[in-house]
Design a binder for this molecule. Structure first.
Ligand SMILES: Cc1ncc(COP(=O)(O)O)c(C=O)c1O
Length: 436
């Protein structure tokens, strides 16, 4: 591979002295206060004032009645998926998942944490292709999936990189098929969506809604997540399941399988310190997105798109996609890759390697779930119907789907809140040099 530091195309560019991250935690000082408070008062456990307060604050910010603090967004997604499974198909035996024998339609281009809970609950994920306008679940492909598998009653939908999906369409398709929605708003806390003419937060758009406070998210607790709902019964159930499903007996008595999923009061202290800065972080991320958009406008690339009329992303990660005719050759194996430089062209891995050489972190787009080895035998549906087995030795056409195409041509750019405009300009310059 190329040695970018000696490559004449990159002459005059200096590496960053300290690493520029994709998206690292941005602390403000208040976090320490609430962590210290927990330690001083000895609420160093999964109960305490910080948990109560962040649950209240998030519920108020998002506009839901209940927020349940959990150890991770993944825990929230698991409980949300299990709640949906139990609602649809009843309580499962202790050694069985609630979705056993049932299909679940899932966002395809997302982090596997969105959809692994379907497998935890013994369900079968059917992946729904992505649409090019927001890089989220395609409503048209979802409609096709209901044609192919009309008995399906659950849809897991994520908002990629902080950009809301086409939720009006997705909700009305689900309503018309009597299907429930698990909403994965892990990446989109603070993003807004115009639903039937009214602005609402992501995290209110499903029947069961989840957010994450992972270290790289728009605000963080170092870890942590929340389940969001307007249903008191669902909130109570999620709280019960998350604390080992204890019954009201003096000893540990159990009627249901439990989990150790509750949020710690220390983690809640960090989230509590971050909450006042959520809007500031979103504004910073938006400025980063706009600076990239302007700075890269003369290149054969586009930024990750969003619906300007009906959504206000939180701009968690800025991404770009290279125009097809400006793609230099690049191939990926299961764990390795190769590319060639060509004048006027580049490829995601050339750009990522160039960024890394200058001490900046980017990332490939989420590899679609239908392409993941573990899910390769699961069904996959595109706007044309069954997305598997579409290639043919005797008919031309790549058979490539929207998700695979975005994965092939796209990448996530350094999007850290603490990046200065000068640092970002250097990133923009490095990207330009890749296309020389
Ligand atoms: C789309 C998506 N879903 C779920 C998760 C899982 O959240 P957590 O890391 O808090 O478990 C993440 C991020 O980590 C994510 O990006």
């Amino acid at each position: 591979m190329n040695d970018f530091l000696t490559d004449p195309r990159f002459a005059g560019i200096k590496p960053f002295e300290s690493k520029l991250w994709l998206s690292s935690p941005t602390m403000h000082g208040d976090e320490q206060r609430w962590v210290d408070d927990a330690i001083r008062t000895n609420w160093v456990s999964t109960v305490g004032a910080n948990i109560n307060e962040v649950e209240r604050q998030i519920a108020e910010y998002i506009g839901v009645k209940y927020a349940v603090g959990l150890s991770a967004g993944t825990a929230a997604l698991h409980l949300a998926t299990k709640l949906a499974g139990e609602k649809l198909y009843g309580q499962a035996r202790p050694n069985q998942g609630t979705l056993q024998g049932h299909r679940v339609f899932c966002s395809d281009m997302t982090f596997d944490a969105s959809i692994n809970p379907v497998a935890y609950e013994d369900g079968e994920a059917v992946f729904i292709d992505t649409e090019p306008d927001t890089w989220n679940m395609s409503p048209e492909a979802l409609e096709k999936a209901f044609e192919l598998y009309p008995d399906t009653k659950l849809v897991v939908v994520a908002h990629l990189y902080g950009t809301p999906g086409k939720m009006d369409r997705i909700k009305s398709i689900c309503d018309s098929h009597g299907a429930l929605i698990v909403e994965d708003a892990a990446e989109s806390l603070g993003a807004k969506y115009k639903l039937n003419g009214t602005w609402v937060e992501t995290g209110t758009l499903g029947n069961y809604n989840c957010i994450s406070f992972n270290g790289n998210k728009i605000i963080t607790g170092s870890a942590g997540g929340m389940f969001l709902t307007d249903s008191k019964a669902d909130a109570d159930k999620a709280r019960k399941w998350s604390t080992q499903s204890r019954e009201a007996a003096p000893w540990y008595q159990h009627e249901e399988i439990g989990y150790n999923y509750r949020m710690s009061n220390i983690i809640a202290g960090i989230v509590r310190g971050q909450m006042p800065y959520l809007d500031e972080h979103i504004a910073q991320k938006k400025a980063i997105y706009e600076r990239y958009k302007a700075g890269l406008a003369d290149l054969p690339v586009r930024m990750n798109p969003f619906d300007e009329e009906n959504s206000q992303p939180n701009f968690w990660l800025s991404c770009l996609i290279i125009d097809e005719d400006a793609m230099a050759p690049m191939v990926r194996g299961e764990q390795d890759y190769l590319y060639k430089s060509e004048p006027g062209k580049s490829s995601p891995h050339e750009i990522l390697d160039a960024l890394a050489a200058f001490n900046a972190e980017g990332r490939p787009i989420w590899k679609p779930m239908h392409m993941q080895p573990i899910y390769r035998t699961n069904a996959f549906v595109t706007v044309e119907g069954n997305g598997r087995g579409r290639t043919n030795a005797y008919i031309s056409g790549s058979g490539i789907d929207v998700g695979a195409d975005i994965f092939r041509r796209g990448l996530c750019l350094p999007s850290d809140n603490k990046m200065t405009p000068e640092q970002q300009d250097r990133i923009i310059e490095i990207i330009h040099r890749c296309f020389l």
